[in-house]
Design a protein around this ligand. Sequence first.
Ligand SMILES: Nc1ncnc2c1ncn2[C@@H]1O[C@H](COP(=O)(O)OP(=O)(O)OP(=O)(O)O)[C@@H](O)[C@H]1O
Length: 225
Amino acid sequence: MITLNSVNLQYQTEQGPIDILRNVDLALPAGERVAIAGPSGSGKTSLLLLLAGLEAPTGGWVEFNGERLDALSRDALADMRRDQIGIVFQSFHLIPSLNALDNAALPLEIAGARDARSRVRKLLEKVGLGHRLTHYPRQLSGGEQQRVAIVRALAHRPSVLLADEPTGNLDAQTGAEVASLLLELDAIAGTTLVLVTHDMALANRCDRVLTMSAGKLQEKVSDHV
Ligand SMILES: Nc1ncnc2c1ncn2[C@@H]1O[C@H](COP(=O)(O)OP(=O)(O)OP(=O)(O)O)[C@@H](O)[C@H]1O
């Protein structure tokens, strides 16, 4: 279970402080899939950064399985991120000089897993990239690159997958295929999913849809209202 408790996030700028997140409460039971929609600039990415422990709230606190992140040492927080969290970005963020297999295996290898490459190879085969293992990112389509990125994010079996517009750079059909793979792998692993997306068809495939508006989080009201 992850909780955000009266979380505020404020940035200091030359024009003065700006409030990015305002009094956000959220409880994510293990295995739940939550979509977060909302206009550009409303604070969705900032929310993911807080959940990943990459940003600290300026008010309130984040809890991960009963432990407050602000009570963890820097090393403990880094370990928690490495072991428990996977992230998929809109623009893939693969390393250009590594092939698909090496890209996807990198976090596992850093974590010292002995079976990293065989585990990742199996996952890449599962997402239909068995024939692309030695291809570099520039030789892969956007959809293929995102599939590599999804394998990279899930290979270490994190308890939480954070996805920031994972289909945002893909055409509709490729996006739908990548989304299906992401949801399928997530379901098999039972990973908690927080998915930021503008795509309401994708959002509605999650258990719950929340909307972010000017730094406030709300349960989405029905489309038909
Ligand atoms: N380090 C920072 N310093 C100051 N302002 C920031 C910083 N990071 C983000 N912001 C501002 O915080 C607000 C929320 O940004 P965020 O990226 O969370 O929005 P978003 O909902 O994810 O938007 P999008 O859908 O366009 O990705 C924006 O107005 C952004 O300009």
